[in-house]
Each structure stands twice: as C-alpha cells, then as structure tokens.
Design a protein around this ligand. Structure first.
Ligand code: SF4
Length: 245
C-alpha cells in the first residue's frame, strides 16, 4: 500500500441494500452529479470528508469479514466512488488479497484508465442509470448520461458483471417510453445480473433543510404500488432478473 488517503463520509455495517449478502458500506465524499432526489446531499461536495488511510479501511473490512459469509463483502457508495479511483486502487488490491468481495455503486460517468482499472478489480458493479432520455437525465442530474451508457458498454464488452439500478420517481423517471427505450437498449446485454428498481422515497429530504439547500422534488409523492408494478412489468418483458428494492 502507498499511504493513500480516502475521503470517507461515513460507514454502514451489516448493510443489506447495496450488493449481495451482508456488507460493510463505505460512503465516500464527493459527487459530480446533482441528482434532484439524492438521498445523501451531504456527500456531494468534497468538503467535510474524513481523510482515512487505506490501512484503516482494510482493518475494518477484515474485522467484519466473519459476518460477510459467502456472498457479502464491502460496497463503496457515496457520493461517487470513481472520483477517487486512483486512491482506491491500492485499497482494492489489499481487499482482494484478503479475499474480500467488492461492489462499487457508481453513476458510471467518469471514464478514464484509473476507473477502468478499479472496475476491473470490482466483483459486481452497481450501475445507476438515472434516465435513458438524455434531456430528462440532464434535468434530473444536471449532467448527460452518455458516459454512463459508455461505461455499461465497457462492462458488457469486458465481461464484468453488473446490476442495473433505476430510481423510479413519479413524473420524473416513470415515463413508459423512456423505460421501454432503456430496456430495448440493454436487452441483449449478457452481463446484467440483476435489475433493481428503487422506488422513490423522501428519506433524505430533511438533510436538505439542515444543509439550507432547496429540495427540487418538493411536492413529488412516493410511488403507488400500481406505479411500481407498471414499471416493473415493462422491465420484466425484457429481463428475468428484475427486483424491487
Ligand atoms: S449520483 Fe448518487 S450521490 Fe451523486 S448526486 Fe446522484 S444520487 Fe447523489
């Protein structure tokens, strides 16, 4: 290891939502997207991080290893982990040498050699595709989805397993034609192991008030069960690995 410091926001032990099995989830600081529904707005800026030596995260992961079982491991989420790809490479090497399973939850928007190396060492990539229609993607995230789609293609071409995650927001990402187009685009992908539909929730809303930030989805209601079923049924026409989280 080379003494790299990682900008950590927080940790969650025994997480069950971000990858298979029981996991240590490491939330990293800093994100290049500005998603209107971001549940962790306090991770977006690069301020307020806890610079943490690689060795400390390895120690924590190794100490929790008995709980991981066959399927669990460590997930890097955020924030956007690939913003720190270069610093994470020695950490991933150390975790791999301990036999620890790694997931990375990413918006897929950063494309460079460090990120490719990082994703090559990742066991399962959790790729967040926010919207297929780029105009709506830009309204939602203030960025284009072109690199995200390029990352998906790279994962497919390089035989890297990934889960495609889709946050379903009524009237924002719930357009039937966009979901159909997304499904048609990915229908031939063999490396998608799972499609996760994540219903919209307002659990992060209080953080915006606390941070003095406007909440851009004010007034948007959570999905009804019918809306979730409708979206899930579109995905199920194309994929047999759809779940609602
Ligand atoms: S990509 Fe994730 S962390 Fe970044 S703004 Fe969007 S929801 Fe938040």
């Amino acid at each position: 290891m080379d003494g790299s410091m990682i900008k950590v926001h927080s940790y969650e032990s025994m997480g069950t939502y971000d990858g298979p099995g029981l996991r240590l989830v490491v939330f990293l600081q800093g994100c290049n997207f500005r998603c209107a529904y971001c549940a962790n707005p306090d991770t977006i800026t690069c301020d307020g991080d806890k610079p943490t030596p690689v060795e400390e995260i390895v120690r924590m992961a190794v100490s929790e290893k008995p709980f991981f079982g066959k399927k669990g491991g460590v997930t890097f989420s955020g924030g956007e982990p690939t913003m720190q790809a270069r610093q994470l490479i020695p950490l991933f090497e150390a975790l791999k040498s301990e036999g620890i399973h790694i997931c990375v939850d990413t918006n897929g928007s950063i494309v460079n050699d460090d990120v490719r190396k990082l994703l090559s060492m990742t066991d399962i990539v959790l790729l967040d595709v926010k919207e297929f229609n780029d105009k709506r993607h830009k309204e939602l995230t203030e960025r284009s989805n072109s690199n995200t789609l390029a990352t998906a293609k790279w994962l497919e071409e390089n035989g890297k397993a990934f889960w495609l995650r889709y946050v379903l927001v009524p009237g924002i990402t719930s357009f039937r034609e966009d979901i159909e187009a997304l499904c048609a685009h990915f229908a031939s992908y063999k490396m998608i192991q799972r499609i996760e539909i994540l219903p919209y929730h307002t659990l992060g809303k209080h953080k915006y008030e606390h941070l003095g930030m406007p909440y851009r989805l004010e007034g948007v209601k959570e999905n009804t069960p019918e809306e979730i079923d409708e979206a899930a049924n579109i995905f199920r026409k194309y994929f047999d690995c759809v779940c609602v989280n």
